[in-house]
Design a protein around this ligand. Structure first.
Ligand code: SAH
Length: 330
C-alpha cells in the first residue's frame, strides 16, 4: 500500500477480494486529496490538503537537486505562539493522526514528476511535532519501516521549539535528526519571541542538548530565525557562540520570511552574512537557509492558511491561494 501509494483497498488486486472487503470494513484510508497545488517560480510546490472534518494543512515540496525535500505538517495550526510565525496566529485546531501525516507524503508523491523522488522529509510545516508526540513517532515508524516507506531515518528531521521531555524521548526512541528552534541566545529575548521559553529556558535547553545520547558524528541543528534589528546583531552572534560551547551543534540561520501584518522584517543579506561570519569566527558550524517558495507563501513560517484551516470551502476559493503563482487544481 505505501510503496504503490494506493488510494483505496480496491486497488489491491494482488490480494483476494474477500480480504479487500474485510479491510474495507475494518479500516479507513486517510483521504488526502490535494485541494490545490501552487507552484512557485523556483519550483517549490505547496499542497493544500483537506481532511474529512474540513481541517486543512499544507505540505511543501522543495526541489534542490540532487535533493527533494518534503516539508510536512504535524498539527493543524499550532499552540506555541511564536511571535514571528504565521501559523501561530491560527492557534491550535487539532493534532494530526499518524495516517494524516503519512497521507501528506502520499499526496506529495502523486504530484511529482516521473524522475522526481523524495529524498528528505522535514517536520517543519504547520505545528509543533513534539506536542503531537505519539502520532509523529508512529508516522516515523511507518516512514522508516521496511514494510512501509523504507525511508532512511537519517533523512528525516524533526524540528521543535524545545519541549525538553519529548526531545529526550525522541532521541532515545528514534534515529531521526533533531533540529531545535532557538532564535535568541538569552532568556529575556527568547521569552519575548517564543513564549515556550518560560517553560523551557535557554540554558536548560542547551544543557539537555549537550547531554543527548547522539549517535557518532551526529550534531543537533539549532535554527535561528533572523529578525532585523531584534536578534541579528554581532553581539547576539557572540552570545550564541558562547552559549553553544561544548555542544555538538550546527546553526542554521533562517532570514525571516515576511507574511501580512508581521511585526518583523527581514535583515539585509549583508547583515545575515556578517552574523554568519561572526559565528564561524567563533568556531560554530553555520549555514544560511535559502528561502524557497516565497512567492506562494510556502516558506518557513508562512503556512498560515487563514482561508484553508477553517470550515470546508469550495475548491475555487482554495485555488485563490498563491495568486502570484501558477495554480492548478488537483
Ligand atoms: N514547531 C516547530 C516546527 C515548525 S517551524 C519548530 O518551531 O521548530 C519550522 C521553522 O521555521 C522553525 O525553526 C521556526 O522558528 C521557523 N519559522 C517560523 N516562522 C518563520 C518565519 N516567518 N520566517 C522564517 N522562519 C520561520
Amino acid at each position: 500500500m505505501y510503496r504503490a501509494g494506493v488510494q483505496s483497498f480496491e486497488e489491491l488486486t494482488n490480494i483476494p477480494r474477500s480480504l479487500r472487503a474485510a479491510l474495507e470494513q475494518e479500516f479507513v484510508l486517510p483521504d488526502a486529496q490535494a485541494d490545490a497545488v501552487a507552484t512557485a517560480s523556483d519550483g517549490t510546490r505547496k499542497l493544500l490538503l483537506r481532511y474529512g472534518d474540513g481541517v486543512a494543512v499544507e505540505t511543501v515540496v522543495i526541489p534542490d537537486p540532487p535533493r527533494l525535500t518534503l516539508c510536512v505538517s504535524s498539527q493543524a495550526g499550532c499552540a506555541m505562539g511564536c511571535r514571528f510565525c504565521a501559523t501561530a496566529r491560527l492557534g491550535l485546531r487539532r493534532n494530526l493522526s499518524s495516517a494524516e501525516i503519512l497521507s501528506q507524503v502520499l499526496a506529495a508523491r502523486r504530484i511529482l514528476q516521473a524522475q522526481e523522488r523524495i529524498t528528505n522529509i522535514v517536520f517543519m510545516g504547520m505545528g509543533e511535532p513534539l506536542a503531537n508526540y505519539e502520532n509523529v513517532v508512529e508516522a516515523i515508524e511507518v516512514l522508516t519501516a521496511q514494510w512501509g516507506f523504507d525511508f532512511s531515518a537519517r533523512r528525516i528531521t524533526v524540528s521543535t521549539v524545545g519541549l525538553l521531555p519529548q526531545m529526550e524521548r525522541l532521541v532515545r526512541e528514534t534515529p531521526v535528526q533533531l533540529a531545535v528552534s532557538l532564535t535568541a541566545p538569552t532568556d529575556e529575548l527568547r521569552s519575548k519571541l517564543m513564549p515556550v521559553n518560560r517553560r523551557f529556558p535557554v540554558q536548560a535547553l542547551v544543557d539537555v542538548c549537550r547531554r543527548l545520547p547522539l549517535p557518532q558524528r551526529r550534531r543537533v541543528t539549532f535554527e535561528y530565525v533572523l529578525l532585523a534589528g531584534i536578534n541579528d546583531q554581532l553581539e547576539h552572534a557572540r552570545r550564541l557562540a558562547s552559549l553553544l560551547r561544548g555542544v555538538r551543534a550546527k546553526v542554521n540561520l533562517i532570514p525571516f520570511n515576511p507574511f501580512p501584518h508581521a511585526p518583523y522584517s527581514r535583515p539585509s543579506e549583508d547583515s545575515v552574512r556578517s552574523f554568519q561570519q561572526e559565528l564561524l569566527a567563533h568556531g560554530v558550524h553555520t549555514t544560511v537557509r535559502r528561502s524557497r517558495g516565497l512567492d506562494v507563501q510556502a516558506a518557513c513560517g508562512q503556512l498560515a492558511l487563514a482561508h484553508g484551516v477553517g470550515p470546508a470551502r469550495s475548491t475555487g476559493e482554495a485555488r485563490a491561494m498563491g495568486s502570484a503563482a501558477t495554480v492548478s487544481g488537483e
